[in-house]
Design a protein around this ligand. Structure first.
Ligand code: SF4
Length: 575
């Protein structure tokens, strides 16, 4: 394999983006990061901003105060988001307690579960970034490659079922995560004071990534058909383990998923991964290398908006992709096996299969905090201290407390209730399955609110569902502040996508199981009118929906024209 492999097959003459030059010149992601972090001040340069992502951090600023501060000619309130990479979302109690301390010592006192089973901290000041990263490493976790043009946190079925299937999934997720880490020691030198040269340069050559790493991010998810909580087809590489009884028969491989897009740029769009092969268990690592190589070598290095694997798949076609992958893999593929993806409800109490229980604790927007009567953070801290239960965070932003002895069930239930934490069984399915991204005030890309309006949106939607006798239906509502789709906005029943301040694009027609994309029903709809618009559609769904048909399924069956006609007729009737 040549040394400079990254983008080696990018068509000649392609003008590479500035990010490519930056990565190439960065000396293995070092740049001037160490110097800039030591320099003081509250902000980093543009180059450092880009390189920091590879180490798990984004520079942000408080969007709430930015305008007023600008008018007063004051600097923005810069702060950093820090993301922890933890394959399959697994944490020991000690690790959780370490992260809980970090939230107070270095961040804004909250912990945020991400939609890729990571943990995110907000509000870290520049001078606190290095100690915060050191604190993460002290818990034996890392922030390496939680962001950046590399393989991100590997998601895996969160259900803590103690059987061979789930053990194998987690082992695979951990192995892939470890293998796909960069070789560069930049992270250890910059943030953990490793002496440069401690690891010989020859061992830091990026044999997998090459010196310019990937054209953009690369996401991997691994699960079994009966648990598509991770939305496996939204990944660049979706892996579904197929078991025959007690035997792992192999893996279905799906490539080219990705949900990000840009408004008004039709060449960008969400896409679900295409099942392309079935491979035996021993072929997984070879396959992962082949798919990542496809992204590395053929991804667009000129236009970052189109630098995802999904566009390689569509531009070149599935036949070409299959043939190219077979070439790298070294064998012809069997076709993907038939599979039916399902989404179980993993909240509330469940048996693990080893005599112990897990409790799925619903967490609105994944934000773990103490806020008035809700003392969720205190409750989880106390449980971790007192009982030492491991915690799994889910791609639905929730936390699963694991390994609970049946005789402790009543105590744990009481402790959570005393801290104002709602039990899953007291919530509507809608509230359990609604997702919202962080958006304002921290995300620099947010066009609208998401997380902060989640309780209001859920309450409005619950009102409508109750009105139409639909309160018991499983409906997934997903809200993002921009079209990047960080909470998989385009695969649920209903998606609200930030369009401009106060306005959303409304998507419907996806399915609860994450196997079909939604479509845009309205491009720009005032926040106040969103639920008015959904009202007649929910009414008609209640009247016409077939047994077992989800709202997204009904919208898909009714079609864009049919839905628009109903919405307009309802609007005309009300004026
Ligand atoms: Fe930010 Fe957009 Fe992602 Fe929301 S979806 S967190 S607004 S990038």
């Amino acid at each position: 394999m040549p040394d400079d492999i990254s983008g080696a097959l990018t068509p000649p003459g392609t003008k590479r983006s500035g990010a490519e030059a930056l990565k190439l010149a960065s000396r293995g992601l070092r740049g001037r990061l160490a110097e800039e972090l030591a320099e003081g001040g509250i902000q980093v340069s543009e180059d450092a901003y880009q390189l920091l992502k590879f180490h798990g951090s984004y520079e942000q600023f408080d969007r709430d105060t930015a305008t007023a501060r600008k008018q007063q000619k004051l600097e923005k309130e810069y702060q950093f988001m820090l993301r922890v990479r933890m394959p399959g979302g697994r944490l020991t109690a000690a690790q959780y307690l370490g992260l809980d301390r970090l939230a107070d010592d270095h961040a804004n006192g909250t912990i945020r579960i991400t939609s890729r089973q990571g943990i995110q901290f907000h509000g870290i000041l520049k001078g606190e970034l290095k100690p915060a990263i050191a604190a993460v490493n002290h818990t034996l976790l890392t922030t390496i490659c939680a962001c950046g043009d590399v393989s991100r946190n590997v998601t895996a079925s969160p259900a803590p079922i103690r059987d061979a299937r789930h053990e194998r999934l987690l082992a695979d997720a951990r192995e892939l995560s470890e293998l796909l880490k960069p070789k560069s020691r930049a992270y250890y030198e910059i943030f953990l004071d490793e002496t440069p040269g401690f690891v010989p340069e020859a061992e830091q050559v990026e044999t997998l990534y090459g010196p310019t790493y990937l054209p953009r991010k690369f996401k991997i998810g691994i699960t079994v058909p009966e648990d598509n909580t991770i939305d496996v087809l939204s990944n660049d590489l979706g892996i579904v383990a197929i078991w025959e009884g007690d035997r792992l028969a192999g893996y279905n491989i799906a490539v080219g998923g990705g949900l990000g897009m840009t408004h008004n740029k039709p060449r960008t769009y969400p896409r679900l991964a295409s099942p392309i092969a079935f491979i035996p268990p021993g072929g997984l690592l070879r396959m992962v290398h082949a798919v990542m190589g496809l992204h590395r070598d053929f991804g667009d290095r000129g236009d970052r908006r189109r630098a995802r694997l999904k566009y390689v798949v569509d531009d070149r076609g599935l036949d070409w992709v299959r043939a190219t992958l077979e070439d790298s893999y070294g064998e012809a593929f069997e076709p993907a096996r038939p599979m039916t993806l399902e989404v179980p409800d993993i909240l509330g109490w469940h048996e693990q299969g080893d005599g112990r229980l897990w409790l799925g604790v619903p967490i609105a927007s994944g934000r773990i905090l103490d806020d008035g009567p809700l003392r969720l953070r205190s409750a989880l801290r106390l449980i971790a201290q007192r009982y030492g239960y491991p915690i799994t965070v889910t791609p639905q932003h929730d936390a699963l407390l694991c390994d609970i002895a049946p005789e402790q069930r009543a105590e744990v239930t009481a402790l959570l209730a005393e801290h104002g934490v709602a039990a899953a069984e007291t919530m509507t399915p809608l509230a359990r399955f609604t997702l919202a991204c962080p958006a304002l005030p921290t995300c620099g890309l947010a066009l609208t609110e998401a997380e902060r309006l989640q309780p209001k949106h859920v309450a409005q939607m619950e009102g409508l569902l109750a009105k139409h006798g639909l309160s018991d239906r499983r409906i997934s509502l997903r809200i993002t502040g921009c079209p990047n789709g960080c909470v998989r906005t385009y695969t649920g029943d209903i998606g609200l996508v930030g369009r401009m301040p106060g306005y959303y694009a409304l998507y419907v027609g996806g399915d609860f199981e994450g196997t079909r994309l939604s479509f845009r029903l309205f491009d720009r709809i005032a926040e106040a009118a969103v639920f008015e618009t959904l009202d007649p559609l929910l009414r008609d769904y209640a009247a016409e929906g077939q047994p077992g048909e989800g709202f997204g399924d009904w919208c898909n069956r009714t079609g864009l024209e049919g839905l628009l006609g109903r919405a307009w007729r309802a609007q005309a009737a009300s004026t």
